[in-house]
Write a protein that binds this ligand. Sequence first.
Ligand SMILES: [Zn+2]
Length: 64
Amino acid sequence: MQNVIQFLILAFVVFLFMKVINKLKKPAPAAAPTTKVCPYCKSEIHIDAVKCPHCASTLEKPEP
Ligand SMILES: [Zn+2]
């Protein structure tokens, strides 16, 4: 009987553990992009950049 109780407690603990793991595994909301690719030199630049730091091209503002 003692073994059954121990097993049930262990099963309950494992169940709670899995619940927590599943909660942590929830996909985080997709982060907003912080970079874009310069259309002239294909370098990665800041999303709000209006001038490319690599090739000094003036970039068009992205359409809203
Ligand atoms: Zn560039």
